[in-house]
Design a protein around this ligand. Structure first.
Ligand code: G3I
Length: 317
């Protein structure tokens, strides 16, 4: 049967994957799957601050350019990831002890250079990433501490200047269901809209634990869509305690299906992106000891039950 992207295209839906620079370059089986199965993609690390501006004013777009060439050659919608984030932030920014106005101008220069370089070629930018903590309070990043909560509106305005045609998004984990953290986004986005700040979408990362798809996922997607913005599942993976049994892989397939169905059921939910392609390259085992196998393909590049579930959700056989 046809690849995921063909079925997705028939529904006007985007099925994406995060693409790691090393694998794109050095693993042709990975690159083949990326091209064949997905009509959208996100650079896993290549557009982050530590990669693009490792020291002040010294920009390096070698990885980002290579990623863009691949995405464009394969007709993929691109999600730029990410302009302002507390992590993978070079220490010259984090520990620079800049004044508010200096940090704003550093932010503006970074956004100008990175978003400006690809202006017109990026469908969606994750402008600010992971700005809230689990209880819905602000994360104490250098941006928040130096500039205050307005750093988000400032970053969105700067991104709009740098690339007027990109949709501008916020993005976070653990905001898939209705909870204190997703409430904080809901309130912030209402405020931003009321102030006329450019904000076009919210990304629900959906780094999930097997068997734990939040029951309020669809309702949460719907309430953001009802604000008039777009929604997407931006970094989907479903991690399993290793070794993964057959029944756990079946459970994982059900979880993938539930996420697909929730997004497909809401008009403003434009697509689902998985955070990698083959299990062996996932960030999960490096971060959660003893957990893994979170993606659609196993270590031998064979589709898992989760792949079949996503395929079926998109209308495949
Ligand atoms: O670039 C170096 C390389 O030079 C070195 O040889 C190698 C040795 O380990 O490390 C490489 O850097 C690693 C980088 O991935 C590229 O592989 C970093 O140590 C590692 O920390 C980094 O992890 C990334 C992580 O973000 C960092 O926070 C993951 O690949 C990436 O999947 C993950 O993605 C994030 C999203 O951006 C935001 N949401 C959560 C998601 C998962 O953490």
């Amino acid at each position: 049967d046809s690849p995921l992207r063909d079925h997705a295209a028939q529904q006007g839906f985007e099925i994406g994957a995060a693409l790691g620079a090393d694998h794109l370059q050095n693993d042709s089986q990975f690159a083949d799957l990326a091209a064949t199965e997905f009509n959208a993609s996100t650079p896993e690390n290549s557009m982050k601050w530590s990669v693009t501006e490792p020291s002040r004013g010294q920009f390096d777009f070698s990885q980002a350019d290579a990623y863009m060439d691949f995405a464009q050659a394969n007709n993929q919608k691109v999600r730029g990831h990410t302009l302002v984030w507390h992590s993978q932030l070079p220490s010259w920014v984090e520990n620079g002890n800049f004044s508010e106005s200096e940090l704003l101008s550093i932010m503006e220069n970074h956004i100008d250079e990175v978003a400006g370089r690809y202006a017109g070629e990026i469908a969606y930018w994750d402008v600010a990433n992971e700005i809230f903590l689990g209880d819905g309070s602000w994360r104490n990043s250098v941006f928040y501490e130096t500039i205050g909560p307005d750093f988000v509106a400032e970053a969105l305005r700067m991104a709009a200047e740098a690339d007027p045609s990109a949709e501008l998004w916020l993005n976070d984990y653990s905001i898939d269901g209705i909870n204190a953290k997703s409430d904080a986004y809901y309130n912030l986005i209402q405020d931003l809209l009321a102030q006329g700040v450019p904000i076009d979408g919210i990304g629900l990362q959906a780094h999930l634990i097997n068997g734990q798809v939040p029951s309020s996922l669809q309702q949460n997607i719907q309430r953001f869509a009802d604000l008039g913005i777009d929604v997407a599942i931006t970094e989907l993976d479903v991690r399993i305690q290793m070794p993964a049994s057959d029944s756990e892989l079946q459970q994982q397939a059900q979880d993938y299906r539930a996420v697909m169905d929730a997004c497909l059921a809401v008009d403003g939910c434009i697509g689902v992106t998985v955070w990698g392609i083959v299990d062996k390259y996932s960030w999960v085992p490096d971060t959660f000891e003893g957990e893994g196998a979170p993606l659609l393909y196993n270590d031998n590049y064979q589709p898992k039950p989760a792949y079949d579930a996503v395929h079926a959700a998109l209308g495949g056989q």
